[in-house]
Design a binder for this molecule. Structure first.
Ligand code: SF4
Length: 260
């Protein structure tokens, strides 16, 4: 059960939209298939690293059949820097075999079909369906979405599937993809794991976990550190710091002009 009401969350959402008007998927791709491959490579890896890796990869392998015919060792060496390269190469080739054999080389466009591909779970399927086809069947729940959802009081769960269900009840369907992009941008710029910059956050007047002074910031950081960033419950009102009377309620959208 979310602690934050829907009207309150909709205000947060609108603030995030104002703070990050250009939020979008940060992976580079030129086709639905290449987006799938990029998302598979991004597991346990940064999008920036994936974007450094994919130009050479995509120049060599353009279609599902190209990946099926790939020499596994050669493919592994091209994606080595993304980590877990043996498993990722195996899953990419396995997924492309299905796409080439069952779907004539075209990436399928339903959740069930996507989930049947090796190495594809709901987060990957939601990102690919939303960005490649504009199909919104759910909300991508990555590490930023997990952390932000808990800190903002949108869920009390840790399991991504349960978090996605709570979010789907709160977020208007048209925003299911964008809310995930906004969480990524906010999680990278302000609500950083283990060191949230609450004093700079446009949500600090609404967020149940907002910390206003140094001591409270340390409290949030300690709670996040102890839970590995996963099990932090919002601070109780009594443990929250007071907002200094002269502190700005938020720096406003102008403070975010230089953010990604
Ligand atoms: S107020 Fe602090 S804890 Fe809440 S979303 Fe902003 S940075 Fe994160």
């Amino acid at each position: 059960m979310p602690r934050t009401s829907r009207p309150k969350f909709l205000k947060m959402l609108s603030m995030l939209k104002r703070a990050y008007p250009g939020a979008k998927c940060s992976l580079d791709y030129d086709s639905p298939l290449h987006l799938l491959v990029a998302v598979m490579l991004s597991a346990q890896c940064t999008d920036a690293r994936v974007n450094l890796t994919t130009p050479a990869l995509f120049a060599k392998y353009k279609t599902a059949r190209d990946f099926v015919r790939a020499n596994p060792c050669e493919l592994q060496s091209l994606i080595r820097s993304c980590g877990f390269f043996r498993t990722k190469a195996k899953n990419i080739i396995g997924a492309c075999k299905l796409i080439d054999g069952q779907y004539a080389g075209k990436l399928p466009s339903t959740m069930d079909e996507m989930l049947a591909l090796p190495g594809v779970a709901r987060k990957t399927a939601n990102i690919v369906l939303g960005n490649a086809y504009g199909i919104l069947e759910g909300i991508p729940v990555d590490t930023h979405a997990i952390r932000l959802s808990r800190l903002l009081g949108l869920t009390q769960h840790s399991d991504p599937k349960k978090i996605e269900k709570d979010l789907m009840a709160l977020v208007p369907r048209k925003d299911w993809l964008q809310v995930s992009n906004l969480f990524v941008y906010h999680g990278r710029a302000i609500c950083i794991a283990n060191r949230p910059k609450c004093q700079l956050c446009p949500l600090n007047g609404l967020c149940p976990s907002a910390a206003w002074d140094h001591a409270t910031s340390l409290q949030v950081r300690k709670a996040l550190r102890l839970s590995g960033g996963k099990n932090h419950a919002p601070l109780s009102a009594s443990s929250k710091g007071r907002r200094p009377s002269d502190a700005p309620r938020s720096l406003g959208p102008s403070a975010f002009k230089t953010l990604p």
